[in-house]
Design a protein around this ligand. Structure first.
Ligand code: SAH
Ligand code: DHB
Ligand code: MG
Length: 231
């Protein structure tokens, strides 16, 4: 396979061309959303936000499930939070957890600039520490922070989920590294394997992984349905 290297992932031109072809036709042009990405880049944040198509998957999923309260772990510059916030009714809420105060600041500016600031609460700190204090219950959870703590995030988030909630975990395929012996010791791979084991074993969860290709290479989302809430 030929392609250009992103961070740890390779992007085949056909994949990014197809992403562009579909988003050109199916997404309304959105300069404010593009500006959020540009500002994050300008502020020196890593360019690892979800792709536009992935952002719209999250957005549509929130609308399809009539989500009102969304929990996000890993804010970065607020790009995925914007997609999610725009899916909610006016009294809906996104609570998004971010360890890096600079990222949180950039995200705050982006969310305010696109007009969803009032709907989004950014909680700064290590998510394992801040998760116990968040106010749910949540209808949708998007896990997209450091991969090592994935299982801890899902375990803690479950305490704040209603029955019927959906949990999405980003980056579970990692360009195929998940199965490669050469990456068996990679803590990110270990974090993904741990969250898959946790989800497989927890009777409250029913799940699958949808692999994806596109502008972010070959990766995948884990989708889990919470069949019994935390009470
Ligand atoms: N969801 C974002 C991308 C998140 S990138 C989007 O698609 O737009 C991952 C983010 O998780 C980074 O901003 C990183 O600072 C944050 N992060 C890493 N470790 C964390 C931790 N322990 N607690 C909370 N956030 C963390
Ligand atoms: C990285 C993190 C992500 O959440 C992602 O979607 C892509 C890349 C990274 O840390 O390299
Ligand atoms: Mg991600």
């Amino acid at each position: 396979m030929s392609g250009r290297c992103g961070r740890w992932y390779v992007v085949c031109e056909h994949w990014s061309d197809a992403d562009a072809w579909f988003t050109d036709r199916l997404h309304a042009p959105d300069p404010t959303l593009d500006a959020a990405l540009e500002q994050a880049r300008h502020a020196g944040l890593p360019e690892i936000a979800v792709s536009a198509a992935q952002g719209k998957v999250l957005h549509l999923l929130a609308r399809m499930t009539s989500a009102r309260r969304v929990l996000e772990i890993g804010t970065l510059g607020g790009y995925s939070a914007i997609w999610l916030a725009r899916a909610l009714p006016a009294d809906g809420r996104v609570v998004t957890l971010e360890i890096d105060p600079h990222h949180a600041e950039v995200a705050r500016a982006a969310l305010d600039a696109v007009g969803v600031g009032e709907r989004v609460e950014i909680v700064v700190g290590p998510a394992l520490d801040t998760l116990p204090g968040v106010t749910g219950p949540f209808d949708l959870v998007f896990v997209d922070a450091d991969k090592e703590n994935n299982a801890g995030y899902v375990r803690a988030a479950l305490e704040h989920c209603r029955a019927g909630a959906v949990v999405v975990v980003d980056n579970v395929v990692r360009g195929g590294r998940i199965l490669e012996p050469a990456h068996a010791e990679d803590p990110d791979v270990a974090g993904v394997r741990a969250v898959v084991d946790l989800v497989a074993q927890d009777p409250r969860l029913d799940a699958t992984v949808l692999q994806t290709v596109g502008t972010k290479g070959w990766d995948g989302f884990l989708f889990a349905l919470v069949t019994a809430g935390a009470g």
